[in-house]
Design a protein around this ligand. Structure first.
Ligand SMILES: Nc1nc2c(c(=O)[nH]1)N[C@H]1C(S)=C(S)[C@@H](COP(=O)(O)O)O[C@H]1N2
Ligand SMILES: [Mo]
Length: 298
C-alpha cells in the first residue's frame, strides 16, 4: 500500500508546519500528525509543490486579483460554522454541515496536478471526499443533468466583492457525469491540514482535468438542474472561457498558447513543460467526451 506523501517526506512536513504556523491556520484536533486521509490510486507520483507555494500563489478574486492577495486577506473569512445548501433536483434538499458532508474518517488524500488557464501549474496533495458520495446523500433525481455551484457572497467578509470584476457570487458548473467522476472531489484540506482560507476553506471543488477556474472555492450551494448553468468566466468572456474548460494543449486561449505551462516552484531556469491533454487524466476522462468536438466545446 502506498504511503501518504506526508508520511514519507519530512522536509515537506517541515515546510508545511512552518508555513502552517506562519499563516496562523487554526489548529486541528491532531496537530502533530495532521488529518488522516487514505492514500488513493488516483494520485500522481509527481513531487507536490511546497506548502508555501500552494498557499502564497493563489487565485481567489473575492480577496483581490493579485496572486498574493488571498494569502494576505483571506485569513479573516469566518469558515465555521459553515453549511452547504444542496437543492434543485434532489430527493433530500437542505442545508448540510461541512462536517456531515466530509467526516474526517472519510477523507482521502489525492495528489493532483492543477493547471490554471493562465499557463501555470502546481501539484497539490488535497484531502477530500468524492463529490459523487455527497450528491448521493442528497439523492440525485433522474432528470438532473448538470450541477451548479456557488461561492459565498458576502462583501463584508470578501472585500474583492466590493468591486465588480465578476458578477458575484462566483459560479461554476459541471455536467452530472463529470460531477460523478471518481476524480472529482470536494476538498477540505491539503498536506494533511485543514484547508487554508486562501485555498477555498472550508470546502472547495477540485476537478483536476479542467482549468483551475472550474475548481470553485468556499462553496455555499450545490444545485442539481436539467439546464447547463451559467458560469462566472463564461459570463464575463464567453469567447475566451467555455463551460467545459477541459485542459487542452491543442486549443489555445485567444490571447495565448495553451501548449506549455510553467510549474510553480521550478525556479527561474525551470523553463516550461508541455501541457497534457486533460491535464494528464485522459485515460480516466476522455470517454466522457467521446464524439464531442473539443475545439467547439472549449
Ligand atoms: N470562488 C473562487 N473560486 C476560484 C477562484 C476565484 O477567484 N474565486 N479562482 C479559480 C482559479 S482561476 C484557480 S487557478 C484556482 C486556484 O486554486 P488555488 O489558489 O487553491 O491554487 O481556484 C479557482 N477557484
Ligand atoms: Mo486559474
Amino acid at each position: 500500500m502506498a504511503l501518504k506523501w506526508s508520511d514519507v517526506t519530512p522536509e515537506a512536513d517541515y515546510l508545511c508546519r512552518r508555513a502552517f504556523l506562519a499563516t496562523g491556520v487554526a489548529a486541528l484536533a491532531t496537530p502533530a500528525l495532521g488529518l488522516g486521509g487514505k492514500p488513493s490510486g488516483l494520485s500522481t507520483d509527481e513531487t507536490p509543490n511546497s506548502f508555501e507555494d500552494i498557499t502564497n500563489y493563489n487565485n481567489f478574486y473575492e480577496f483581490g486579483t493579485g496572486k498574493t492577495d488571498p494569502a494576505q486577506y483571506a485569513g479573516s473569512l469566518k469558515t465555521a460554522p459553515w453549511s452547504v445548501q444542496i437543492d434543485g433536483m434532489v430527493d433530500r434538499p437542505g442545508s448540510y454541515g461541512v462536517e456531515d458532508l466530509t467526516p474526517e474518517a472519510a477523507l482521502e488524500e489525492r495528489v493532483y496536478r492543477l493547471r490554471c488557464v493562465e499557463g501555470w501549474s502546481m501539484v497539490i496533495p488535497w484531502l477530500g471526499v468524492p463529490l459523487a458520495g455527497v450528491l448521493g446523500k442528497a439523492g440525485v433525481q433522474p432528470g438532473a443533468k448538470y450541477v451548479a455551484f456557488r461561492t459565498l457572497h458576502d462583501p463584508e467578509q470578501m472585500p474583492g466583492q466590493r468591486s465588480r470584476v465578476i458578477d458575484w457570487p462566483y459560479r461554476e458548473g459541471l455536467r452530472l457525469d463529470e460531477a460523478m467522476h471518481p476524480l472529482t472531489i470536494l476538498a477540505t484540506g491539503l498536506y494533511g491540514r485543514v484547508l487554508p482560507n486562501q485555498n477555498g476553506a472550508p470546502i472547495r471543488l477540485v476537478v483536476p482535468w479542467k482549468y483551475g477556474f472550474k475548481s470553485i472555492k468556499s462553496l455555499v450551494s450545490i444545485t442539481l438542474t436539467d439546464k447547463q448553468p451559467q458560469t462566472s468566466w463564461q459570463m464575463l468572456q464567453p469567447g475566451e472561457y467555455g463551460f467545459y474548460a477541459n485542459v487542452n494543449p491543442q486549443v489555445d486561449h485567444p490571447r495565448w498558447s495553451q501548449a506549455t505551462e510553467r510549474r510553480i516552484g521550478s525556479g527561474l531556469f525551470g523553463g516550461r513543460q508541455e501541457t497534457l491533454m486533460f491535464n494528464g487524466y485522459g485515460d480516466q476522462v476522455a470517454g466522457l467526451y467521446a464524439g464531442m468536438d473539443l475545439a467547439k466545446h472549449y
